[in-house]
Design a protein around this ligand. Structure first.
Ligand code: PHE
Ligand code: CO
Length: 297
């Protein structure tokens, strides 16, 4: 479908919306319905409101042009099609210009539960709803600008961790309990359950330097999540000039995923789903077993 991606400097291609087959749209609808059922009470209200504002997305793989018209009216962002992952500088330049680069291919039926590489379902269903939120929309643009700067300073690995542990795998604390805002979680059935209900992963209060020191894994469910209190908190924490932070980070050792430091503030998973009622051990064990099965297939 993609003839010469390198021919265009920004890697933008035509989405080729008319070329999707009925079975591609059917895969989208299956994923969409499944996640829509799972996410109330798990995804944060900002995400759910954003998704509701994107009505067209329920019918099948959305046409990026139509979708962009809606998002642009809300926050000035547009979605552009790219052929999979693009070079870092290209990615950052798009974000800095309030353009979200989304891949146009959709997974195969045998990949319904877990993917390592983003497809159109992840990129759109995962990322676009939060781009409807004004503060998150500004955060993503600031991230793009920060990315260009980090490239220049040779600090990209640190900044990439911030993206990973916020944009992709972030959790947020609310009055009703822990909720998901990370795109990599909301587009994954297994991780939407696991991140809130499993006893295995660590849930650590967000701390900018702690996050930027923490390595991550791209091939499995996360071993640690970082929890913010609000998008405002996230935006405020990332506002300062990172140049001195990067210098400091280069002097300090990385932290492996899943490690807990004595200085970490752990956030209890028991707060999830609003209850302060204690969880039953037996019920927890069964949830973990069910999750292992989902994650394994
Ligand atoms: N404040 C960061 C810098 O000076 C830029 C940034 C903003 C990075 C938001 C990430 C998120 O580099
Ligand atoms: Co993503």
């Amino acid at each position: 479908m993609v003839e010469h991606p390198e021919a265009s400097e920004d890697y933008v291609i035509d989405q080729g919306w008319a070329d999707y087959r009925a079975e591609d749209h059917a895969i989208w609808r299956t994923l969409f319905e499944r996640q829509s059922r799972l996410l109330p009470g798990r995804a944060c209200r900002e995400y759910v409101a954003g998704l509701q504002g994107l009505g067209v997305a329920a019918e099948g793989i959305p046409d990026f042009e139509r979708l962009s018209d809606i998002v642009e009216r809300a926050t000035g962002w547009r979605i552009v099609a790219v052929p999979g992952l693009v070079p870092d500088d290209v990615f950052f330049r798009h974000l800095a210009a309030r353009r979200f680069p989304a891949t146009n291919w959709i997974r195969r039926p045998e990949q319904m539960d877990y993917l390592q590489e983003p497809d159109v379902f992840h990129d759109i269903f995962g990322h676009v709803p939060v781009l409807m939120h004004p503060v998150f929309a500004d955060y993503m643009q600031a991230y793009g600008r920060g990315g260009l700067k980090a490239l220049h300073l040779g600090a990209l690995p640190y900044l990439a961790r911030l993206y990973w542990y916020t944009v992709e795998f972030g959790l947020i604390r609310t009055g009703e309990g822990l909720r998901i805002y990370g795109s990599g979680i909301v587009s994954s059935r297994a991780e939407s359950i696991y991140c809130l209900e499993s006893e295995k992963p660590k849930r650590i209060a967000f701390d900018l330097m702690r996050v930027m020191r923490t390595q991550y894994r791209i091939d499995d469910l996360q071993e640690s999540y970082f929890v913010i209190d609000s998008f405002d908190q996230l935006f405020a924490a990332t506002r300062p000039d990172f140049t001195p932070y990067y210098q400091e980070l280069k002097r300090r050792p990385d932290i492996a995923p899943g490690v807990v430091l004595t200085s970490d503030r752990l956030v209890s998973a028991g707060v999830a789903h609003g209850g302060d009622r204690p969880r039953q051990r037996g019920a927890r064990g069964r949830t973990d077993e069910a999750l292992d099965r989902i994650a394994a297939d």
